[in-house]
Write a protein that binds this ligand. Structure first.
Ligand code: AMP
Ligand code: ZN
Length: 462
């Protein structure tokens, strides 16, 4: 079977031909580990998780190497550490920085695990590859592609002819339109930082150019080279990274003599209820926020995969609720089958066509109508929506909870006026005893059946 992938570098959908089918290599730009991942950050993780599953399906489980880095050199990490130190935390600033990155990485793992994303084969941390970055920068200076000035090392953008090719911009357009920083140590405002000095109170590493730290772009070039070699198959990330991050990665790597990635894949952005996510609009939330509200990881995953990765996607409450209904139904059907079935061929075909997860899910709707429970089970497992056992929340008996929801809303409404929430609490307890989960938010009340649902107890509450 042939996988076809849209390559940003050529702007066409191409047959995917691995360099070595026994070792298909993929690199995804990972998170900067300064805080919890927001819901948008989960999008590339889930998309490339599905891609890695598809590649393993086609080339064999042990024939894929998937690398996703952690960027743990960052001012925002330092800031938190500094604040903690000022507040009296024990340890050196370095310890506290490491502690903050460790803490964030642990959160990231827990959150992405909850979404059913498999851990990549390697998860390098930038701080563990500083020597390799220095070596690469040194080579670029040697080749005349970079220069050191005032403790900085800069990449000479005009020395790389193809600069701008990935993102489809010319250097002159970029200068005209971009927010490029002019600085006394730059030969050209377009030149970007490979290395910069660190002040005494910030983390730094000894280098031929003095104590300092790497620029962000060189991190990925160095780690991808060390772990995947001079040439590898797929490089991914959100389309906000196309320029400048990926453009700069390409320039550095090519000038260092590496062919670098064959295929460049970029996901479109996620927004929330039709608006760009932002703290000031109040529509910013993390994966953990959703999980804590009781939204199941596989529901988040389902919503994410329902949109093709090259289309902007909208996270909405409506989609969340629909996904829950669909998954519950599919789980109930799949529960009638055993593990070990064959995934539905039209679904695999949709995934093979530029990872069309939207179409793949449509195919599963068809399959669900056809009631082929064995293929359905294998297919939703393939998509990472279900493990070896059927989640228990799916097995709640069918019971129309709408009248009770309405009754609950009325009680809540009355309590808002009277400020006496005793009746609300009592109702909540009764519902819990009858096997119903209660979710309350600004928007309203939602009652969800669990596998412990007890119809006779519920009848008594009406
Ligand atoms: P960062 O930690 O900001 O470097 O982002 C980590 C990954 O999340 C990158 O691949 C970004 O492209 C991606 N990303 C950030 N915001 C969004 C968003 N709103 N929608 C989809 N992907 C995003
Ligand atoms: Zn990167």
């Amino acid at each position: 079977m042939t996988i076809r992938l849209y390559n940003t570098a050529t702007r066409t959908k191409e047959d995917f031909v691995p360099i070595d089918p026994d070792n298909v290599r993929m690199y995804l730009c990972g998170p900067t580990v300064y805080d919890r991942a927001h819901i948008g950050n989960a999008r590339p993780v889930l998309i490339f998780d599905v891609l890695s599953r598809l590649l393993r399906h086609v080339y064999g489980d042990t024939h894929v190497t998937y690398v996703r880095n952690f960027t743990d050199v960052d001012d925002r990490i330092n800031e938190t550490a500094l604040k903690r130190k000022e507040a009296g935390a024990r340890g050196t600033l370095e310890d506290l920085i490491r502690e903050r990155s460790d803490e964030t990485i642990n959160w990231y793992h827990a959150d992405m695990d909850a979404l059913g994303a498999l851990r990549p084969d390697m998860e390098p941390r930038a701080t563990e590859y500083i020597a390799e970055m220095i070596a690469m920068i040194d080579g670029l200076i040697g080749g005349g592609f970079a220069y050191a000035k005032e403790g900085h090392v800069l990449f000479r953008v005009r020395k790389y002819e193809d600069y701008g090719k990935l993102s489809g911009r010319s250097v002159d357009d970029m200068i005209a339109g971009a927010r490029v920083e002019v600085a006394p140590y730059k030969e050209d405002p377009m030149d970007f930082v490979l290395w910069k000095p660190s002040s005494d109170d910030l983390p730094g590493w000894e280098s031929p150019w003095g104590r300092g730290r790497p620029g962000w772009h060189i991190e990925c070039s160095a780690m991808a080279y060390e772990l995947l070699g001079a040439r590898f198959d797929i490089h991914g990330g959100g389309n906000d990274l196309t320029f400048p991050h990926h453009e700069n990665e390409i320039a550095q790597s090519r000038c260092a003599g590496h062919d670098f990635a064959n295929v460049w894949m970029h996901n479109e952005m996620l927004q929330v209820e039709g608006k760009k996510m932002s703290k000031s609009l109040g529509n910013f939330f993390t994966v953990r926020d959703l999980l804590d509200q009781g939204v199941r990881g596989e529901v988040i995953r389902f919503v994410m995969l329902s949109t093709h990765y090259r289309k902007p996607m909208d996270w909405t409450e409506k989609k969340r609720a629909e996904a829950e209904t669909t998954l519950r139904k599919w789980y109930q059907q799949a529960d009638q089958a055993e593990n070990g079935g064959t995934p539905y061929a039209p679904m695999i075909a949709a995934l093979s066509d530029d990872l069309n997860t939207h179409k793949a899910i449509q195919e599963l709707h068809q399959l669900s109508h056809a009631d082929d429970v064995s293929a359905l089970r294998a297919s939703i497992q393939f998509l990472g929506l279900m493990g070896a056992t059927t989640p228990s929340w799916a097995n709640a008996p069918a019971y129309d909870l709408r009248p009770l929801t309405e009754a609950f809303m009325n009680i809540r409404q009355a309590a808002m006026v009277s400020k006496d929430f005793g009746a609300v609490d009592a109702m909540k307890t009764n519902l819990a005893n009858a096997g119903v989960e209660v979710r309350m938010s600004k928007e309203g009340v939602e009652l969800l059946p669990t596998s412990e649902l007890d119809v006779s107890k519920l009848e008594a509450l009406l």
